[in-house]
Ligand binder design. Structure first.
Ligand SMILES: [Fe+2]
Ligand SMILES: [Fe+2]
Length: 251
């Protein structure tokens, strides 16, 4: 069977139709990077540790992201060339949550002694609604889309991650200077892996994948939703970080 690129190359007279979808993703990415949460992360007047105060708030989404890869995106066995690409991607992205838990401990959150029920109460509290909702929304969005459109959804998700991790890796290096502690989820370790992903390392290849008009429209609509929902997510993270007590006061 021809792979998606070979199949597209058999139609050289057609405009490669994933390209406008990718352009749209990058346009939205530029707007996304200007959100107040990212201004907060860029604000070097705020100590690195305090800029990372949003970290516990995103627990449910980050833990769910492994499941989104293993249980929602991955469909095996398959002969569909796009699902094969997606499956390969899920194996790169389904095991990052242990690094989140590692940083969670390194940032001192494991030191908080509370009953397990209190932890559950927090995870399901109003302070983390957008985090829980985001995982449900993305699952719904993915299940409702055909495989080629799912590629666009994944690319949009990856680009939101690129904005976040580029900034957290800068904060993590400052944190390492301040404390000597290396944060792997927030830091370069994770950012470099994310930047090298099969799905987002070769945009030229992705741009050549063929979409018909209806698929392109659907992909554009779903990409808009990805950004709208991640935008709501950033507002929740920022509100949480601002409400958190500066660590200097806690110590
Ligand atoms: Fe990741
Ligand atoms: Fe990723």
């Amino acid at each position: 069977m021809l792979n998606p690129i070979e199949r597209s190359n058999q139609l050289p007279f057609l405009q490669p139709p994933m390209k406008p979808v990718l352009k749209h993703i990058f346009l939205l990415k530029r707007e996304y990077a200007q959100l107040p949460f990212f201004d907060f992360l860029r604000d070097e007047r705020i100590p690195a540790r305090d800029r990372l105060a949003f970290f516990p708030c995103m627990a449910s989404f980050i833990m769910s992201f492994g499941d989104l890869n293993r249980l929602v995106l991955r469909e095996e066995p398959t002969e569909d060339p796009y699902l094969k690409m997606i499956n390969a991607h899920t194996y790169e992205d389904d095991h990052h949550w242990p690094w989140y838990l590692e940083d969670y401990a390194k940032l001192g959150h494991d030191g908080t002694r509370q009953a397990p029920g209190e932890t559950l109460r927090f995870l399901y509290s109003d302070a983390t609604i957008q985090n829980r909702l985001l995982a449900h929304r993305l699952a719904h969005l993915i299940w409702g889309a055909e495989p080629v459109v799912r590629l666009a959804i994944i690319e949009a998700i990856e680009e939101t991650g690129n904005v976040l991790f580029e900034l957290t890796s800068r904060i993590a290096s400052q944190y390492q200077k301040d404390t000597g502690v290396e944060l792997r989820y927030c830091g370069e370790f994770h950012f470099n892996l994310e930047s090298g992903h099969a799905m987002n390392s070769d945009h030229a290849e992705l741009a050549l994948i063929a979409l018909d008009d209806a698929q392109r429209r659907d992909a554009l609509e779903r990409v808009d939703k990805v950004y709208a929902w991640f935008t709501a997510w950033t507002h929740e993270l920022l509100a949480f970080a601002r409400a958190a007590k500066p660590q200097a006061e806690v110590a």
